[in-house]
Design a protein around this ligand. Structure first.
Ligand code: SF4
Length: 184
């Protein structure tokens, strides 16, 4: 949301999209509506080729618990690949302090995976700096953050974290998986 706020200040018509896995929290969908209203922008929903129902028919009701990598591939990675094809660059909000994997992110880098330039304007920002920006500029944010969810993804794979737990400990809790595959 900090990145959306900055983009809306410097661009007349920022092109913003999110991957709509179909499994997002109601609060996340509501946040999309609030952001569109606040900034006068349209946030494009990028859909997987399979609906939740067709995925359940093909792979069973709980693919995310049986094979989360396949579920993420169908619902996140493949749609992102398609959305980025033909573009020369994309801008993301990843930060070096989020995970060990993201610790080497540069402000501008070649995205080997997707074959385009990747711009990470917030790479060197800290979590504290993000929140300062959000609160200073009254940027709308997901109310789940105030209920113990520092990192928010799909309902099936996100839980609240306890005191002292890592920012992303609530994502795929109990599994070695730490990334959905969008960033490497
Ligand atoms: S985060 Fe979970 S529910 Fe969402 S796409 Fe990945 S495995 Fe599926």
């Amino acid at each position: 949301m900090a990145l959306v706020d900055i983009a809306a200040r410097v661009l007349v018509r920022p092109r913003i999209f999110f991957i709509d896995t179909g499994f997002l929290f109601d609060e996340t969908y509501e946040l999309r509506r609030r952001i569109e209203e606040r900034y006068g922008v349209e946030i494009e929903a990028v859909d997987p080729s399979m609906t939740p129902e067709t995925q359940a028919d093909a792979f069973g009701d709980r693919l995310w618990s049986i094979d989360p990598d396949l579920c993420c591939r169908i619902r996140k990675v493949d749609p992102l690949r398609e959305r980025l094809s033909g573009l020369s660059a994309w801008v993301t909000a990843i930060r070096r302090d989020q995970t060990a994997f993201r610790a080497t992110a540069r402000a501008v880098e070649w995205d080997l995976r997707w074959g385009l330039v990747k711009v990470n304007p917030l790479a060197s920002w800290t979590r504290t700096e993000i929140w300062e920006h959000i609160l200073d500029h009254r940027v709308p944010y997901n109310p789940l953050h105030d209920r113990g969810y520092p990192s928010i993804g799909c309902t099936h794979c996100t839980r609240a974290v306890g005191d002292g737990e890592d920012e992303r400990a609530g994502r795929w809790a109990g599994r070695a998986k730490t990334e959905c595959g969008l960033h490497g």
